[in-house]
Design a protein around this ligand. Structure first.
Ligand SMILES: CCCCCCCC(=O)CC(=O)SCCNC(=O)CCNC(=O)[C@H](O)C(C)(C)COP(=O)(O)OP(=O)(O)OC[C@H]1O[C@@H](n2cnc3c(N)ncnc32)[C@H](O)[C@@H]1OP(=O)(O)O
Ligand SMILES: NC(=O)C1=CN([C@@H]2O[C@H](COP(=O)(O)OP(=O)(O)OC[C@H]3O[C@@H](n4cnc5c(N)ncnc54)[C@H](O)[C@@H]3O)[C@@H](O)[C@H]2O)C=CC1
Length: 712
């Protein structure tokens, strides 16, 4: 809907009304067009102000309509509305409070003037929905800002703060006061003045030298940002149209590109990600606890125990969310170093105090333990915390895979113990797995989820099992990658296939980055390698299953990855980031195969993808079957926001649905037959049941999962 009223005798104020974000639904579009026509035909009206009702200007097109062509096509089209706004013979001023995003900013660009509140932000984030600004934004913004600045905004989709928008010339004026009042006063002052050069559709794009070279470069850059994603490339093409074509021709190009994107699987996947991100906040547990019925106790003070890689990032994330934090570390040099690192990241003190004594955690509402991944050390700390901390305090561990319930057993408050699994670097990565054990109370989950939101995280509630959801699914993926090396692949081949699929980094580059020694330590603790393994045990079998000792052998050679300058790749020096092929590794693999009588065969990219991804997906179905994740959407949110799964492919479970569950099943059956000693390739029963029930769409999977015992 759009409200229409006349103020100060001559100004029509059109207010978009569609809470919570004033999206441009069919009803809003209808209302807007009628209001614009009313303002045009009323002789008393001499100027117009467009604003958002109750705060935000406009969050853009209504994304919920995108999946439904009949909704999209009902009501007037945005392009038509914006044309009539721009063509109006009376000055139109956009009064932007909160945000003007996507179609919202495109509306503002069709207005003749843009007033912004100093705290507002603007942007064209369509690219992250697999689209481009398809209602004139790709043509009007370059005409206003010039190609360079416009292209940056359109290809990155970033939100621009009001101050920067003013400098760029995107906003004409800022106010700290009431934006609509200021816009009304300005509109009156502009009444009767010529508008021709205020209409962006009439303006040429500011000239740019070496256009061809500029756009070639821009295409390469856009390709590198999100491999395999079509939208960034279409954005570059559309902006090139703005730079080289007359306005109407550019609009035609924009329309053609938009139509192709809109119906693509990539846009569908990106849209799905938009909703899975938000859906994760509506958590449930099988015991009936729900996000909307559970009150969370507020958390305002926190203690972080252990200031290594993770503890430092966690301290920063908590401090940035406004908590006062006490950071505890027993090693003096670590404490000093951490203090410097945290202050640097926070650009100052930021409400953090430091201590070498666990007693300092006594007053905290929440404690996050981030010491070594060693059960005995963690148990001792939880025992102490149980007596040191005040009664209501929540006790969380950042363990990547250890049993939350065992830690809860060391305390007198098992219902207040949970896992807060951050991802490195903890102050940057968006994902937070909120892990509850069988005794964790719903109020504890609620408090953690609320805190996650305050930290700007995508928090996903998961159950307690080794590796929780993300790392549990990663294990079979890594395992298949190792097996492929044994069978004849190189790290370069495996990584290239995964990077072409859209991961920012292949599995071997990723493993070099995070350190091969981490997995080695875990395998030693699990008794898979190290002194506990007797010499008479076959090297490539453990507990009756195929096992690859390649990672262990690499560590025994001191090849831990980037930190030692050598891993699956070679680096110029320890800590360097550019990975180069290492001839040593090739002969190492050849010798290894020879020693074990393995014949190298040709492996293609399709096999790499199917073996690695299907094994990971298969484990995802097991996770659902076990009730460790509440929905496939939650699994996908974990993979997109924590593991670099490309957004334009939706997440592993969405991808499985897009490929076709029957095809995934068939692939797993084929590979399991070829490798019967690899149980991760054996299709799980939920996948079989889903295929048997006709492969229902992803939002209906829960009906097939239902009836199964859950551990969440
Ligand atoms: C050939 C066909 C041609 C068609 C022409 C297409 C023209 C275009 O150029 C296409 C577009 O405009 S695409 C839309 C571009 N806009 C965006 O991407 C903004 C998305 N929203 C946000 O970033 C945040 O919600 C925002 C920053 C706005 C607010 O953040 P908050 O943290 O305050 O709130 P959220 O929790 O994110 O959202 C609150 C509820 O609102 C829902 N929602 C948000 N934006 C929406 C939107 N644009 N459309 C529909 N629903 C939207 C959101 O899902 C949430 O609802 P629940 O999930 O039910 O809680
Ligand atoms: N490194 C990573 O990428 C991730 C690690 N994790 C988990 O986070 C935890 C910490 O890992 P990192 O930060 O990598 O380890 P780290 O080895 O970098 O840091 C551990 C710190 O804890 C300190 N510490 C040990 N005992 C202590 C005690 N009793 N009191 C206070 N401080 C003590 C150590 O001096 C050290 O500074 C582990 O459980 C790990 O599994 C979770 C997600 C990702």
């Amino acid at each position: 809907m759009a409200q229409y009223r006349i103020v100060s005798g001559s100004v029509a104020v059109i207010s978009i009304q569609n809470p919570p974000v004033n999206a441009l639904s069919a009803a809003v579009r209808e209302g807007l067009l009628l209001s614009v026509r009313a303002a045009a035909s009323d002789p008393l009206v001499r100027s117009v102000v467009i604003s958002g009702h109750n705060g935000p200007f406009c969050g853009g097109a209504d994304i919920k309509e995108f999946g439904n062509v009949s909704h999209l096509e009902s009501g007037p089209h945005l392009v038509e509305i914006f044309e009539s706004v721009e063509a109006l013979a009376k000055p139109v001023v956009a009064a932007i409070e909160g945000f003007a995003l996507g179609g919202g900013l495109e509306l503002a660009l069709a207005c003749h003037y843009r007033f912004g509140h100093s705290e507002a932000r603007v942007g064209l984030p369509e690219v992250s929905l697999g689209l481009l600004p398809g209602a004139g934004g790709s043509q009007r913004l370059p005409r206003l800002l010039g190609v360079r600045a416009a292209l940056d905004m359109i290809v990155t989709g970033r939100h621009v703060a009001a101050g920067e928008a003013l400098k760029l010339g995107l906003l004409d004026r800022l106010t700290d006061g009431n934006t609509v009042d200021a816009a009304v006063r300005f509109a009156q002052s502009a009444e009767g003045k010529p508008l021709d050069d205020r209409r962006l559709g009439n303006r040429p794009c500011p000239p740019l030298e070496n256009i061809d070279a500029f756009f070639e470069e821009a295409l390469i850059h856009a390709r590198g940002r999100a491999r395999g994603a079509a939208a960034p490339l279409a954005c570059v093409q559309a902006v090139r149209g703005a730079a080289t074509l007359p306005f109407l021709k550019g609009m035609e190009l924009e329309k053609r590109l938009m139509e192709t994107l809109m119906t693509s699987g990539q846009a569908q996947a990106s849209r799905y990600c938009f909703f899975t991100e938000r859906g994760a906040a509506r958590w449930t547990t099988p015991t009936g606890a729900r996000w909307d019925t559970c009150r969370a106790r507020p958390i305002s003070t926190a203690a972080v125990i252990g200031l290594g890689t993770m503890g430092r990032g966690i301290t920063v994330a908590l401090a940035r969310a406004g908590l006062s934090v006490v950071a505890v570390e027993t090693q003096e040099h670590q404490l000093d170093e951490a203090q410097r690192a945290v202050s640097r990241m926070l650009k100052g003190g930021g409400g953090v105090s430091y201590s070498a004594d666990l007693q300092a955690a006594a007053g905290a509402d929440l404690v996050v333990e981030a010491v070594f991944e060693d059960m005995a050390v963690k148990e001792e700390i939880f025992k102490q915390l149980s007596s040191v901390c005040k009664p209501g305090a929540l006790l969380a561990t950042n363990t990547s895979s250890l049993d939350i319930d065992r830690l809860a057993s060391c305390t007198l408050r098992p219902e207040q113990v949970l896992g807060l699994h951050f991802f490195a670097p903890a102050h940057v990565m968006r994902l937070l797995e909120v892990v509850s054990g069988p005794r964790t109370s719903p109020q504890t989950v609620a408090a953690a989820m609320q805190l996650g939101r305050r930290m700007g995280k995508v928090s996903v509630a998961v159950g307690n099992c080794p590796g929780f959801v993300g790392n549990r699914m990663l294990k079979p993926y890594l395992e298949q990658a190792y097996f492929l090396l044994e069978e004849g692949a190189s790290p370069e081949l495996v990584d290239a296939a995964l990077e072409e699929f859209g991961f920012p980094m292949g599995v071997f580059k990723m493993s070099d980055l995070s350190g091969l020694d981490i997995g080695w330590r875990v395998r030693k603790e699990e008794g898979l390698t190290g002194p506990g393994v007797t010499a008479d045990q076959p090297m490539r079998t453990r507990r009756g299953r195929r096992y690859s000792p390649l990672g262990d052998l690499m560590c025994e050679e001191g090849r831990y990855g980037q930190k030692t300058g050598r891993g699956w790749y070679l680096y110029d020096r320890p800590g360097a980031r550019v990975a180069r092929s290492d001839p040593w590794l090739r002969s190492f693999l050849e010798e290894y195969r020879e020693r074990h009588g393995l014949l190298a065969r040709r492996i293609d990219q399709q096999e790499v993808l199917e073996r690695c991804l299907y094994a990971l997906i298969n484990e995802g179905f097991r996770v659902l079957e076990d009730g460790v994740a509440a929905s496939p959407q939650n699994i996908d949110a974990i993979y997109v926001f924590g593991y670099g799964w490309p957004k334009h492919r939706g997440g592993p479970m969405f991808y499985a649905a897009q490929v076709g569950l029957a095809r995934v099943l068939e692939g797993l059956e084929k590979y399991h037959k070829a490798h019967p000693d690899s149980p991760h390739l054996q299709p799980c029963s939920l996948l079989r049941r889903l295929v048997a029930s006709g492969s229902p769409p992803i939002h209906k999977w829960s009906e097939v999962v239902k009836g199964h015992r859950s551990q969440l």
